[in-house]
Design a protein around this ligand. Structure first.
Ligand code: AMP
Length: 699
């Protein structure tokens, strides 16, 4: 790297003219290095040299404060955009898939579809290999590739267009006559032999090999420099689509053929199956073929063939109802259990972890596995020193399935689960009827506090880059970050209340700046992410989204929770009317928002400048029922209740289980009961099934 040479005239001896000239030069030079570092991930100078430039700038400014420039680097700390890819919102969400493991679950999927659509025969399905890579959406306009995005969280991914352009398998211009707009979705993956070659080259260059083809594909696609991606053997299979300006075909099978005509490689062998027996036979066949395929797979996928049926089936939360992944069984291995350690989670749960002699399972080295809980250890009588069987399935954390009793060393003793928290020493108690033992240390337990903070900054919550476990723990120990709002005050407290981060071992001005920038970028956050970040017991991402979608703003949500403390209140009725929220979740929510400490965390965050944005509902087609609350009662004739509900939700309505003053429409099928009477009493509009169908088909 070429290092810049600083002028060595001491700042004190500069004339004002010289100082002004040098400040201008420094501003330009530092901005140049910032750009290289942040936008191109390709710095030209070392951290130390960069820090020296900034220090020189500060010295001169300290001597000539009146010459400080408006674009001075000392004013711009934390303002640069976080390095990385541009975010892109998917016009149609990129979904995940439901999973089946047992044969029965695959059969149940077919039955579920049959019931939902009220069919006489099982639906014909396309069965195809489930490729173990990473999904990508490729947008073509007038046949030309204009955008490529990763899946991200399904709603928003990263723009990786330049990198995808380097993949030979991806057509830059489609053949045949594609629709004007088409988003082709599929999998970026790496061929097995090409993966092994790549790893050999990595090792020859002294670089770390990748754990498996999927990691290699992901690491290669997400390179900030497309030239690096170009040197990696990436490939692409097309198997699905997002936005389309014209339908491709009436069935999944024919749509696949169209993708092939446009120039895409398909994940083969695929098959059309008419019966449960046929899909299971396909599953067996692929399992046998698996080792001889040139790419990694982790199961097969069944998709309802008729696209009009897929449309009617729609999706539930993040997965389509019309498809399922049938995963292959987990891979197993045997090794020695060296030790059992206890992890303390953010809710204080004590989780036992098996520390193992490292062993390879399905190509990945495993040295830790979960032991779930106290009862599991006892039930399986797992002891330190035992030979244990561990298994690993896909991305799931490896687990200990059993011990091999014949190989038990002499003198081993049953494991005694601790009754005090290994981190803070508080009692760990296990309420009657629960499986989990919890630390009672609450706010004084550093493990809980650190885990809560980790959850707070995690990818699906505030998504703050650069605050890993180690740093959070260090910040917590120093007292620099004790609660979430301290994160947003890091810049303010740096050098004032705590030693300057820039002077920390291994840190430099740029890493600090980068951290501040990524915090800054998250000062405004969507309500759903915010609610998830709070770490309320039982409230995962999907429920947080439901709450956001219902209450729309943080203040309304908090008012609603306060009101719901009164049993039988309208606010309680409203909370329970949200599909997916039951009494136990409601209790946790109400308790959480009532707890003084939690209210303070929220108030502190707001005071530290965090702005929680009102929920912005995904654009649904303008529909007469968008935003309305609908209740169904009685037996519907033309569609099943589930289908009617799914359709209403897809059109932006909320479907509630009981009639209240907030209900907009009650749809009354045959043999309706008391709900119809209640609706009449409350003056709610009631619709017959036909009136309802007319209303929704008008969209
Ligand atoms: P999961 O990541 O387990 O939720 O599984 C969903 C993912 O499987 C999708 O996002 C795709 O990336 C991937 N996938 C692999 N092969 C297929 C396939 N043939 N059809 C649909 N999805 C697939």
């Amino acid at each position: 790297m070429a290092e810049p040479t600083l002028r060595n005239t001491p700042a004190d001896s500069l004339t004002p003219d010289e100082a002004a000239r040098e400040l201008a030069a420094l501003a330009a030079e530092i901005a140049h290095h910032d750009r290289l570092y942040h936008q191109h991930d390709a710095p030209e100078i070392s951290d130390a040299a960069y820090d020296a430039l900034r220090r020189r700038n500060e010295e001169i400014e300290a001597r000539f404060p009146e010459l400080r420039r408006t674009d001075s680097p000392s004013m711009t700390v934390g303002a640069s955009p976080a390095a990385g890819f541009r975010k892109v919102a998917h016009r149609m969400p990129m979904l995940s898939l439901g999973n089946a493991f047992a044969r029965e679950e695959a059969a149940e999927f077919i039955e579920r579809v049959q019931r939902f659509l009220n069919l006489k025969e099982p639906p014909c399905c396309v069965a195809e290999p489930k490729v173990d890579g990473l999904s990508c959406s490729l947008r073509y306009e007038d046949g030309l590739l204009v955008l490529a995005a990763t899946r991200g969280d399904g709603a928003e991914g990263e723009d990786v267009t330049e990198n995808v352009r380097t993949i030979a398998d991806v057509p830059k211009r489609l053949k045949d006559s594609p629709p004007g707009v088409i988003e082709v979705r599929g999998e970026v993956y790496m061929d097995r032999t090409e993966f092994l070659d790549l790893n050999r080259r990595q090792q020859e260059r002294g670089e770390r090999p990748f754990a498996n083809p999927r990691n290699a594909a992901a690491g290669s696609l997400r390179q900030l420099d497309p030239r690096i991606t170009a040197g990696r053997p990436l490939r692409f299979f097309g198997y699905a689509w997002g936005e389309l300006s014209a339908q491709l075909a009436p069935t999944q099978w024919e749509a696949r053929q169209r993708l092939k005509e446009f120039g895409f490689a398909l994940n083969e062998p695929a098959e059309r199956c008419d019966t449960v027996e046929a899909i299971l036979a396909y599953y067996e066949r692929i399992q046998v073929l698996r080792p001889s395929l040139s790419f990694d797979i982790d199961g097969v996928v069944y998709k309802v063939d008729r696209l009009d049926w897929q449309e009617r089936l729609g999706f539930v939360s993040r997965a389509p109802r019309w498809a399922i992944a049938h995963k292959f069984p987990a891979e197993r291995a045997q090794t020695r259990l060296r030790e059992i350690t206890i992890q303390v989670g953010r809710t204080g749960a004590l989780t036992p972890v098996a520390e193992l002699e490292p062993v390879t399972v399905g190509g990945v080295v495993v040295s830790r596995a979960t032991l779930h809980n106290e009862d599991e250890i006892q039930r399986k009588d797992i002891r330190v020193g035992d030979q244990v069987v561990i298994q690993r399935a896909g991305d799931v954390i490896p687990q200990v399935v059993a011990v091999v009793p014949e190989l038990r060393p002499e003198g081993s003793v049953p494991y005694v689960f601790p009754h005090i928290c290994p981190v803070c020493g508080s009692d760990a108690v296990r309420p009657e009827g629960e499986v989990v033992r919890r630390c009672t240390g609450g706010l004084i337990c550093s493990a809980q506090a650190v885990e809560r903070l980790r959850h707070f900054v995690s990818r699906d919550a505030f998504d703050i880059e650069g605050l890993g476990e180690k740093i959070i723990r260090e910040f917590w120990n120093e007292g620099r970050v004790r609660g979430p709002s301290d994160i947003f005050r890091l810049q303010e407290t740096n050098g004032r209340d705590f030693p300057r981060l820039e002077e920390r071992e291994g840190w430099g001005a740029r890493s600090v700046e980068k951290l501040f920038a990524s915090i800054e970028a998250r000062r405004r956050i969507g309500l759903d992410r915010f609610v998830f970040a709070l770490g309320i017991p039982q409230i995962g991402q999907a429920t947080a989204r439901l709450l956001a979608r219902h209450y729309l703003s943080l203040d309304r949500l908090m008012d609603g929770m306060e009101g719901a403390r009164t049993i039988g209140s309208e606010a309680m009725g409203e909370l329970l009317s949200i599909g997916g929220i039951g009494q136990s979740m409601a209790d946790d929510l109400i308790a959480f928002f009532h707890e003084e400490h939690n209210r303070k965390v929220i108030a502190d965050l707001r005071e530290a400048g965090v702005e929680v944005l009102d929920y912005d509902p995904p654009r649904v087609q303008a529909s007469p029922i968008a935003g309305k609350t609908v209740v169904f009662t009685g037996t519907l004739e033309s569609v099943t209740r589930s289908e009617a509900k799914a359709r209403a939700e897809a059109l932006g309505a909320k479907v509630a289980g009981s009639v209240s003053a907030k209900t907009d429409y009650l749809v009354v099928g045959a043999d309706a009961g008391s709900k119809a009477q209640k609706a009449r009493d409350l003056g709610v509009t009631t619709l017959t099934e036909q009136e309802w169908l007319d209303l929704v088909s008008a969209t």
